[in-house]
Design a binder for this molecule. Structure first.
Ligand code: NAP
Length: 248
């Protein structure tokens, strides 16, 4: 387990799935955890309770990460409650899948706004603080789809490949001040996002994973926690695949 005593983490999309697992993994190490969510307040409060049960301080804020004013309010609320932000995990994300001929402009815009612009706005909002602190950790959620592409996910793949470009660029901007920026690229993980897959699609996906199983949110959360920890101080601009060997 990593030691996050005295640290504050902001996890976007912490109400469910991978985001919730990240909140719990960081809390286990002693971090105070602020999370935001899009609309599912009940799930967000469940994460808050689970973090508090681990003895850590928690705060949930409703915030659409695609809206700059809401992100500014989120960061202000976290600073009021915790006084600092040491770790940012850009995890909030959505899918609106379709083949390109049927993909609407609105679905392209919605996915890139939540997944890519949202991460940009959050990184912009915390960068000044982290530069002043001369330390900080940013971990962005990309995807195997951002590395390899996937039919039916032109919008999602664009957002997740874009995350990689932003991660490497910001890593170069912030490196000299002790702030690291890395990405994790999960394969197929058992969450609400993948729950809609048909049995046949699931079997086909499983067959393409060398480890022959879908991942658990905790598999990803442990990798995020490592990159957010002091142990990863000399690692920046990297993309860590957590996919059972899928992208090899
Ligand atoms: P999930 O279970 O669908 O949860 C998505 C989370 O993001 C929820 O907390 C949701 O809040 C929040 N969210 C969505 N849009 C938001 C917005 N505009 N502003 C703020 N919060 C927003 O997703 P997941 O499977 O855990 O995925 C988490 C991340 O990992 C995503 O970036 C996803 O692309 C990436 N990923 C997932 C997989 C996978 O197989 N599951 C694979 C690769 C990468 P509400 O609860 O309020 O809706």
């Amino acid at each position: 387990m990593m030691d996050f005593t005295g640290k504050t983490a902001l996890v976007t999309g912490g109400s469910r799935g991978i985001g919730r697992a990240v909140c719990l993994e960081l809390a286990k190490g002693g971090a105070g955890v602020a999370l935001c969510y899009a609309g599912n307040e009940a799930a967000a409060l469940e994460t808050v309770r689970a973090v508090e049960d681990l003895g850590a301080k928690a705060l949930a804020v409703r915030c659409d990460v695609a809206e700059a004013a809401q992100v500014d309010r989120l960061v202000k609320a976290v600073l009021e409650a915790f006084g600092r932000i040491d770790i940012l995990v850009n995890n909030a994300g959505i899918t609106r899948d379709n083949l390109i001929l049927r993909m609407s402009e609105a679905d392209f815009d919605a996915v890139t706004a939540a997944n890519l612009k949202g991460a940009f706005l959050c990184m912009k909002a915390v960068s000044r603080l982290m530069l002043k602190q001369r330390c900080g950790r940013i971990v962005n959620l990309s995807s195997v789809v951002g590395l390899r592409g996937n039919a039916g996910q032109v919008n999602y793949a664009a957002s997740k490949a874009g995350i990689i470009g932003m991660t490497k660029s910001l890593a170069k901007e912030l490196a000299s001040r002790g702030v690291t920026v890395n990405a994790v690229a999960p394969g197929f993980i058992e969450t609400d996002m993948t729950a809609a897959l048909s049995e046949s699609a699931r079997a086909a996906i499983q067959g393409s994973i060398p480890m022959n199983r879908l991942g658990a949110p905790e598999d990803v959360a442990r990798a995020v926690a490592f990159l957010a920890s002091g142990e990863a101080a000399y690692i920046t601009g990297q993309v860590l695949a957590v996919d059972g060997g899928m992208a090899v």
